[in-house]
Design a protein around this ligand. Structure first.
Ligand SMILES: *Cc1c(COP(=O)(O)O)cnc(C)c1O
Ligand code: SF4
Length: 389
């Protein structure tokens, strides 16, 4: 597989490999304006209009690395079908408002005991370490905060968060998230992770980051050295499409594995990006090749301005059903809906029971259940009644 450096568009022809590999260079050269974008890809009229109208509400920033993964051409008359573009470029759908859309779909603000911590389940918390990201995903569920410079997590806020976890003994599992925590320097992030490691009741530390996808250059040997000091660390990343897992991302995952991270992927189901079973199968195969387990396939939630990405629940169920039988269980993520209003996550799975009737066989009372397997064949199973009742 070629690296994005080898595939880079003409405007970066003079860039040296060590510049491209430098994540600061990638950050500084992010595409943020229509003019910058048009030097790299052709925009349709609809995309240009959407950019003008929606970039105010949710900033645009695309790393040269991620921009290189986009299809350069675009049919000016037709809708864009590139799964990378759809995640990176404003879409006219962002401007359409629906009454059911919510600013804070998961009621994360309502469950904040201190600023920057969402404590919903007894044993685990979400800890927001930064509100910035190298790229702003158009489907982001935290649009209300992410990319808004006025909501940046301050040093005091992080100290207060650590303090809350320290004094809340029921917290066993901390998910450091954002925004993207890797926007912080190694030193800052190291302080947080080491701080957590020193808290006796914190058994599990997780780091949620999309950097392996949007800015794999951020995964440096120095960064990995820091992570090695807090291992085992569970790292949740966010690949949505097989094309995102190229040579550079694969290298980043390899380095993270070497540093003692346990890798998991949280995919978001997005219309036009990955809402077909073949795409998800290919993505999950690739993830397993690179040591990253598909953990969740998240239903796109009810956040404002992302309704054009939403698929019916039946799409997710159909995908899970398709995966079963074509890839081992490790390649099948839980299909999860994060309930609006802070209900938490619930997983949905296909119903493999097609019939059930009471039965009595040689004095044993139970139920005769008819299952249908992944291949559509049916099988009978006798389920015993609970003898204790
Ligand atoms: C998703 C989430 C977690 C972590 O949940 P897991 O299902 O354990 O991955 C924790 N807190 C909040 C508020 C969440 O939304
Ligand atoms: S990386 Fe995550 S937090 Fe940042 S814009 Fe994308 S989805 Fe939102």
């Amino acid at each position: 597989m070629p690296t994005t450096y080898e595939m880079r568009p003409a405007i970066w022809a003079d860039i040296r490999p060590e510049q491209w590999q430098d994540w600061h260079w990638q950050q500084q050269n992010r595409l943020r304006s229509v003019e910058a974008l048009e030097a790299v890809v052709a925009l349709s009229d609809a995309e240009r209009a959407a950019f003008a109208a929606s970039s105010e509400a949710f900033r645009v920033a695309i790393t040269p690395h991620y921009a290189t993964l986009m299809e350069a051409s675009c049919d000016p008359a037709g809708p864009t079908r590139c799964p990378i573009r759809l995640q990176a470029l404003p879409h006219p759908g962002e401007l359409v408002e629906y009454a059911f859309e919510l600013d804070d779909p998961l009621a994360e603000e309502a469950h904040m005991p201190v600023p920057g911590i969402t404590h919903r389940y007894p044993d685990r918390v979400l800890f927001y370490a930064s509100h910035n990201c190298p790229m702003y995903c158009r489907h982001c569920t935290r649009k209300r905060k992410v990319s808004d410079p006025t909501t940046a997590a301050s040093r005091t806020q992080i100290a207060q968060g650590l303090d809350y976890i320290r004094r809340t003994k029921t917290v066993r599992d901390v998910l450091v998230s954002g925004g993207d925590p890797l926007t912080l320097s190694d030193a800052r992030l190291g302080e947080i992770l080491h701080g957590l490691r020193e808290i006796e009741h914190v058994e599990v530390i997780r780091l949620g980051t999309r950097n392996p996808v949007t800015l794999p250059q951020r995964i440096t040997p120095e960064f990995c050295e820091m992570l090695r000091g807090v291992r085992p660390l569970y790292l949740h990343t966010h690949f949505n499409h097989p094309r995102e897992l190229g040579e550079d991302a694969a290298r980043a995952l390899r380095m993270l594995l070497d540093a003692g991270c346990v890798l998991g992927n949280q995919m978001v189901l997005l219309k036009g990006v990955n809402d077909d079973p073949e795409t998800v199968l290919e993505l999950n195969r690739k993830l397993l090749i690179h040591g990253c387990r598909p953990y969740y396939m998240l239903q796109c939630d009810m956040a404002r301005g992302i309704t054009h990405f939403r698929t019916p629940l039946s799409t997710g169920l159909r995908i899970v059903e398709y995966l079963r039988g074509r890839i081992g269980g490790m390649g099948i993520p839980d299909f999860v809906v994060d309930l609006p209003g802070g209900g938490g996550k619930i997983e949905l799975s296909p119903d493999y029971i097609i019939d059930r009737k009471p039965c009595e066989i040689e004095g044993v009372i139970g139920e005769q259940i008819t299952f249908q397997n992944w291949a559509g064949e049916t099988f009978e199973f006798v389920d015993l009644a609970d003898s204790s009742s």
